[in-house]
Ligand binder design. Structure first.
Ligand code: ATP
Ligand code: MG
Length: 468
């Protein structure tokens, strides 16, 4: 018999409270799964046979706290303790009415409860009472599936996804997060049931989008995005991304597959940032390529203005997917500007070109350059390092120009009052002239930016300036 040994002291305590109240309590869900995979989490799910909310109340009293929330309909209660989220739930079975994801909930045995869970890796329980502490209950081969890196439903996958189509998104999310494969029959069901995600009133857009964004937050989002594409889910939830797949061929010219290019860009950027919206911008940066695509005789494939058209597509996409509108402008800007730094990587670029980019990108400049770096997907490592060096150079130039610009707003270290006093002058044009000459000398690097040097320089130009 497999045992686990949770480190968290709260679990022992809850187990003892269960003993005193004659309740059978179990660890379930993600906490057990993650522990088996070698990682102890901060979300503890406790299932009790009997009344979960009632038991949660006992625990709250013993911890000297109130319950943080109670969901009567779902028979769950939440208790926060020392930064740990403890969720109590009654063992239950569910029966579904087609057309609604709201199940009727009924008390049930441990076995019945485990069987209604989404995946075998999430359907493992472990006792926490004195007599069975740490003993694993694995009725559906979840341990084996963790070992083999497989996502599989405990019962018939078609039925499972039909009952709650959000599980389709969850299957892809877990596969992407852990780098697991979706078992063949389960994947067939994902494909066949994908349309259920689109049926009115079954799953809310917010919940689908929430899962989608979580997929984007995994270490290697391409796994999940590719699964969404191959299962037909992408076409339903984000058709513009699905459209990126495909390559047109005209005579000897074909362009690269934008979908697979995009996946690499998203993986690249995910190695550089955990910022969800920067990752999202990477996902959509080439989104208008299919609709701007043109074959031009003698030139080949072009995607003229795809960055502008792409930026303009964002608003509708944000609305439809119920994405937070306060992120719209940021994503639009990155899409619109994603090509701009490329020509600036040349040797002979003027300060003013650099300055314009920096001014337009504003706060987003660093993120823009991160996106550009991630956008390099050449398979030739020499080229990649050359292109990366180019962006390093752009970044350096920007810093240089900004430093200079800061100097432009600075003032001569020798003040006007002092100049007037030194030379016995009245306020007027010539004072400005002295100051300007000192500032220029500093900007040109002729003298250092300090008082002593400025004063010496002032004396050296005195006669020349006063002469006219
Ligand atoms: P995470 O680490 O992302 O929180 P989790 O497995 O803990 O992963 P939760 O959404 O917190 O996922 O749900 C806790 C448990 O409840 C799951 O492990 C699973 O057993 C069950 N569960 C959650 N959502 C569903 C669902 N839609 N259908 C069936 N079982 C579900
Ligand atoms: Mg959880």
């Amino acid at each position: 018999m497999k045992r686990i040994s949770p480190e968290n002291k709260l679990i022992r305590k809850i187990g003892r409270i269960a003993d005193r109240n004659n309740v059978s309590a179990y660890l379930v869900g993600g906490y057990v799964r993650d522990l088996i995979m070698g990682k102890e989490g901060n979300d503890i799910d406790i299932m009790v046979t009997g009344d979960g909310i009632e038991f949660a109340k006992y625990v709250a009293v013993e911890f000297g706290k109130e319950l943080d929330s109670v969901y009567k309909n779902f028979e769950t209660a939440l208790l926060m303790k020392d930064g740990i989220k403890i969720e109590f739930v009654s063992a239950r079975k569910e029966s579904y009415n087609r057309g609604s994801r709201k199940p009727d909930v009924e008390h049930a045995s441990l076995e019945e409860d485990l069987s209604r869970r989404d995946f075998t890796i999430n359907a493992i329980a472990a006792g926490i009472n004195e007599n069975n502490f740490g003993e694993v209950i694995d009725n559906f081969g979840g341990l084996q599936d963790i070992e083999n890196k497989i996502i599989r439903t405990p019962l018939d996958p078609f039925r499972t996804f039909d009952d709650d189509p959000l599980r389709i998104m969850r299957a892809v999310r877990f596969a992407s997060r852990f780098g697991f494969e979706i078992e063949e029959n389960t994947f067939s069901a994902v494909r066949e049931m994908a349309h259920r995600l689109f049926e009115e009133g079954v799953v809310s857009r917010e919940r689908i989008t929430n899962e989608f964004l979580q997929i984007l937050m995994t270490d290697k989002p391409s796994i999940g995005l590719d699964l969404l594409y191959r299962s037909g889910v992408m076409e339903i939830i984000f058709p513009e991304i699905a459209e990126l797949e495909g390559v047109d061929q005209r005579k000897d010219f074909h362009h690269k597959n934008v979908f697979y290019h995009t996946l690499i860009v998203v993986d690249n950027i995910s190695q550089r940032t955990d910022d969800l919206w920067l990752r999202f911008a990477a996902l959509v940066h080439d989104i208008a390529k299919p609709r701007t695509k043109k074959f031009i005789e003698g030139t080949g494939w072009t995607f003229h203005s795809h960055e502008e058209v792409g930026a303009r597509m964002m608003k509708n996409i944000f609305k439809r997917m119920k994405l937070p509108m306060n992120k719209l402008e940021y994503v639009e800007k990155l899409v619109r500007m994603h090509l701009r730094p490329i020509p600036l990587a040349k040797e002979d670029v003027t300060d003013s070109a650099i300055r314009r980019l920096a001014a337009e990108a504003g706060e987003e400049l660093e993120d823009l350059l991160t996106l550009c770096r991630a956008d390099i997907t050449s398979k030739n490592p020499d080229k990649v390092s050359k292109f990366l060096d180019n962006y390093d150079r752009v970044e350096k130039r920007i810093l240089e120009v900004q430093e200079k610009d800061e100097l432009r707003n600075f003032q001569s270290p020798v003040r006007g009052d002092e100049i007037m006093e030194l030379f016995g002058l009245e306020p007027g044009r010539v004072i400005g002239e002295f100051k300007h000459r000192i500032e220029e000398a500093i900007l040109e690097g002729e003298i250092p930016n300090d008082y002593e040097a400025a004063k010496n320089y002032l004396m050296s130009i005195k006669d020349e300036v006063l002469k006219h």
